[in-house]
Write a protein that binds this ligand. Structure first.
Ligand code: BEZ
Length: 251
């Protein structure tokens, strides 16, 4: 996984939709008080705090020390620590794993799925959502065409956006039973006139690699995308989500 450096305060200030949209995932998780739940990729801690407030025995891990520091500062008392989803230190400890908007950063999907499986007790469930096939393709395609026009090399992608069938296979190969999977469009509003530029800087810095003047590049990108992604006075990222529910079979 390409290490991603996060500005955790900017993430909260401009991209709180990441956790906001996770509310539907919490409903799907339907954690009961006393259940042990791991938030795999907890970001700045919102879901761990919400689960803990509901009496759930919640623990969060995130690969970014900046995110974990901010989570601990925002919600004193919650249990969060730094850990990589490809190498989790838990064995059969959790009733459920929740993961929101993280697994698209882990191209070693089989390794992450095997780790999540080991983390769950037999009978435990995984409820996850992340970018699915076709996610942000308008932004990605336009930025790549613009790079080519500027004579820049192909940018290696750090993202993993699988199809339903592809990810079901990954989960089944890890031992999970897939109970449900959905792939759906979820246009996502990027706040502010500079919303698209701020999003690219935070989530797609690889598309700016080697660009001499990022401000000009981003302005040109905005012109190319305005007709498709700007409406009702806002930028809308063309998000597509893959949501899955899977169970580690009981012994
Ligand atoms: C997403 O949440 O879909 C996403 C996040 C970062 C980069 C690309 C997509």
């Amino acid at each position: 996984m390409t290490p991603q450096t996060w500005d955790a305060e900017l993430y909260d200030a401009r991209h709180s939709f990441v956790t906001g949209y996770g509310a539907a995932l919490l409903d799907l998780l339907d954690a009961a008080p006393g259940e042990r739940v791991l938030d795999a990729g907890c970001g700045t801690g919102e879901h761990v705090a919400q689960l803990a407030a509901a009496g759930v025995d919640a623990v969060g891990v995130d690969a970014s020390p900046a995110m974990v520091r901010r989570a601990a500062a925002r919600f004193p008392g919650i249990r969060v620590s730094v850990a990589d989803l490809r190498d989790l230190p838990f064995r059969e400890e959790f009733d459920a794993v929740l993961s929101n908007a993280v697994l698209h950063w882990v191209p070693e999907a089989g390794r992450a799925a095997a780790c999540l499986y080991s983390t769950l007790r037999p009978g435990g469930r995984l409820v996850a959502e992340f970018g699915g096939a076709g996610n942000v393709s308008a932004i990605d395609t336009a930025a790549r065409a613009l790079r080519a026009g500027h004579g820049l090399p192909e940018a290696a992608s750090p993202w993993y956006f699988p199809t339903v069938a592809g990810y079901a296979r990954v989960l089944e190969d890890a031992g999970f039973e897939v109970r449900a999977a959905w792939l759906f469009d979820r246009p996502t509003r990027l706040t502010g006139a500079d919303g698209l530029a701020v999003w690219v800087r935070m989530f797609a810095p690889h598309l700016l690699a080697g660009v001499g003047d990022p401000d000009t590049f981003l302005a040109e990108l905005g012109e190319r995308l305005r007709a498709t992604l700007y409406r009702d006075g806002s930028w809308w990222a063309d998000y597509r989500r893959l949501r899955v529910v899977a169970v580690r079979p009981p012994r």
